[in-house]
Design a protein around this ligand. Structure first.
Ligand SMILES: CC(=O)SCCNC(=O)CCNC(=O)[C@H](O)C(C)(C)COP(=O)(O)OP(=O)(O)OC[C@H]1O[C@@H](n2cnc3c(N)ncnc32)[C@H](O)[C@@H]1OP(=O)(O)O
Length: 432
């Protein structure tokens, strides 16, 4: 421990922008992350990142080499970075819970596997738990990194491709209609529609500043409009704006692909209505979308379901339970029942034996035994496995079949599966 601190200094600070420009510490921290993610270090890109970080209320952590080698990057550039900030996650039944969102985790290739990620992660999760934040979440660059820290892939998404040339027709055409809009004009509408989507969708994560810019074509590294981004709004029969989509056309050789950038419905009808619009845009050979739900009403609604092809599926948001009592109490349950659950947690935050009791739909959760060595429970699992099941994205039966849930009686697995069923399909459309 002492040797590490002799060699490196760990600093946690709030990014600062003065008169539109980042201060030196903020600038160098962002520059270091951009090198790690193989992005160019344009002054504009760094400034855009800093402005977004301030808007999100991010906290930066950096590890700095006290004695960098002559000629190597400055000591003011961290060799490891980590950012976090607090936003809400929908845990079902419209309940929005505060969560620590983690991003920009990087360690310079020359300093990796020295435990820097573990140090930053452990310190910041401890800080969040001490602050009473019940959950943490991240989207991962690789699926093998974060389970050891108690994160479980809680939501998944599909990449889909649709060939509309044959026939794009819905069994249940929605009664509303779509109309084109300017992507740069719909910022307020988009935020309002997203807030409604977020409030009704278990697994949804609230959005950060920079994602809005990208989804609405408001500029990436350069603060200038991306004219290739188009938008349409969905109007209910009563005239309410219940959804929007942004998209762009891409030439692929001799064919034209319509790439859906953001498709945000506030109602089921709006979801189908937006697809109805997308499916009927002319001069399009192929439609692609990278963030489609795993359980997709579109597939059910298409007259010719084979026009839709799943081209990929992967983990999306990884949750980490810091406070099992607060987290398990917040979500709704599909049926009544009582279960004792033993949680194993290498980092300690959620370790213990807990009783989850649901009566007439109301959940009460209490810790039976903080030291989980002796208490007997219906189910025993590690905290990453519980995170997989938490909002109902993965049935407990599947986790048990994978050997991840110990139990004495299979009835407890069946009861847990029934209780943890989500009130709506689990889904999220926020990368961070
Ligand atoms: C939320 C996000 O920001 S996702 C983006 C993650 N960042 C990147 O992908 C950028 C490129 N990669 C990196 O910067 C680094 O390799 C990191 C951040 C992934 C890992 O940093 P390191 O400091 O090397 O990790 P650290 O030494 O603390 O390792 C902690 C544990 O994770 C394991 N680990 C680290 N990286 C990986 C990996 N890519 N795959 C599997 N296991 C890994 C280590 O073996 C170690 O395991 P142990 O403690 O059980 O023995």
């Amino acid at each position: 421990m002492a040797a590490f601190d002799d060699e490196y200094e760990t600093r946690t600070f709030t990014p600062v922008v003065i008169d539109g420009e980042p201060d030196a510490a903020t600038r160098d921290w962002i520059a270091a992350t951009r090198v790690a993610f193989h992005e160019t270090n344009s002054a504009s890109g760094v400034t855009v990142g800093a402005v977004a970080a301030v808007a999100d209320g991010r906290t930066y952590t950096g590890i700095y080499d006290r004695r960098p080698l002559t000629g190597s990057l400055d000591a003011t550039w961290p060799v490891a970075t980590y950012a976090d900030y607090v936003k809400t996650i929908n845990v079902g039944g419209g309940a929005l819970l505060d969560a620590l969102l983690i991003s920009d985790v990087t360690v310079r290739p020359t300093h990796k596997r020295k435990g820097m990620l573990r140090r930053m992660m452990t310190a910041r999760l401890t800080h969040a738990a001490d602050d009473g934040i019940p959950l943490a979440a991240l989207t991962a660059s690789e699926s093998g990194i974060y389970r050891r820290f108690g994160f479980g892939a809680s939501t998944r998404v599909r990449r889909i491709s649709i060939r509309p040339e044959k026939r794009f027709e819905l069994l249940t055409p929605p009664a509303g209609r779509c109309e084109l809009a300017r992507a740069s004009d719909i910022q307020e509408i988009a935020r309002d529609v997203f807030a409604r989507f977020h409030a009704r969708t278990p697994g949804s994560v609230d959005r950060q500043h920079q994602l809005w810019n990208r989804r609405l074509g408001l500029g990436g590294d350069e603060p200038k409009l991306d004219e290739s981004v188009r938008a349409a709004l969905y109007y209910s029969p009563a005239g309410d704006i219940d959804g929007y989509v942004t998209y762009r056309l891409k030439e692929e050789g001799h064919t034209a692909a319509l790439e859906v950038i953001d498709l945000v419905p506030a109602t089921d009808e709006a979801y189908l209505g937006l697809w109805q619009f997308i499916g009927t845009v002319d001069l399009v050979d192929r439609i692609t979308y990278g963030v489609a739900p795993v359980v997709d009403p579109l597939l059910e609604a298409l007259v010719e379901s084979r026009t839709l092809e799943t081209t990929g599926e992967e983990d999306h948001v990884w949750f980490r339970i810091l406070d099992p009592v607060a987290a398990l109490s917040a979500r709704p349950y599909a049926c009544d029942g009582t279960l004792t659950i033993k949680i194993h947690d290498d980092l300690g935050f959620s370790a213990g034996v807990f009783e989850l009791s649901v009566s007439h739909g109301a959940a009460s959760v209490r810790r039976i035994d903080a030291n989980d060595s002796t208490a007997i429970a219906d189910l025993a699992l590690d905290t990453a496995t519980l995170a997989r099941a938490f909002v109902g994205g993965t049935p407990v039966t599947a986790l048990a079949a994978a050997g991840l849930v110990e139990h004495r009686d299979p009835a407890a697995v069946r009861l847990a599966t029934a209780m943890f069923m989500p009130d709506r399909p689990v889904y999220g459309i926020t990368y961070f």
